[in-house]
Design a binder for this molecule. Sequence first.
Ligand code: 9MR
Length: 353
Amino acid sequence: MRLFPFFSSLGLLLVMIISNGLDSPEPRLRSVANFPVGVAVSPQRLAQTDYAQTVGSEFSSLTAENVMKPQYIWAAEREYDFSAGDSVVAFAENHSQQIHGHTLVWHMMKPTWLRNTIESYDSATLENLLRDYIQSVVKHYQGKVISWDVVNEAIASEGNGMRNSFYHQKLGDDYVARCHQYAREADPDALLFYNDYDVVANPEKLKTILAMVDDFQARNIPIDGIGLQMHIGLDFSLDQFQHALEEVSSRNLKVHLSEVDIRANPDGKSDGLTEEAAQKQRELMADIVRIYSQLPEKNKFAITFWGLRDSDSWLTQHTGHSQWPLPFDENYGKKPMYQGFLEGLEGNQTKLD
Ligand code: 9MR
């Protein structure tokens, strides 16, 4: 009898161990979604332990927020520096993550040397340099970067035609198509995306992009998908979203929600994320994921957050206020927006193991 207390506490301990073991582990975005879930990262942040741990465990896809842009890689005429981009690739390889390349051509953030010399190039010289750049980068990352934003934001902000950028002025209306051809020649397996903002909210821009896609497809110019950036606010229209997804997928293209963040402080008046805004973010995130999940499998490419934590977001600097736009808070806590992502998946897809 005197042994009973011993055995009973041993039993309790065993029950605790077993039931803890049986508790389902906390879900991770990368294991509950049957499409890749991505995040934009920087090598500096990946060097921080908690950041690396969260990125490695939660996400199945990475985009370099900046270091695969020409500003970082294009060191001089026909000289390329891949060191920062390579460190993102090494992290992804260690964590079995895919990499989406962003971006081969962008009118913004050109390297300083190019900004200074671009005026002096004639069209043929600029075209040759750009071709060499695109093909060198795509070849360098062949087999590692599975997809590229080839040209970013080539359509005018108003949406009514091509942006009057320097590339457009020098290289003409068809330069986006030629960039796609150069990329395809360099790596026939890489998926090629056109990426832009406000595509859902601006019907004119959507129309212009779809006309470009139709023209590419009629001429056999390679294009595999559209990146809808999704820098959005709480007033985002789900009807317009549904419409954009239908238009893109009916053209047999993949849809990448490529730069998701949801502003929760539009007028800049909040000094903390209110419960009401956090719940609205959660509901909107759930609706977006639910609608995206219902796309045919072949049209789903990935959903990528434009940063991990609220404190990492470009929007703080851009809008002058914190917008709390991302799924994690600054202490790596999962926000209601994160739960919203999980809720959007529920019942809408076959779960992966
Ligand atoms: O988030 C990026 C920020 O850190 C950079 O300073 C900026 C300029 O290179 O680019 C930001 O990312 C942009 C992306 O490359 C293209 N779509 C809009 C994004 C926000 O500006």
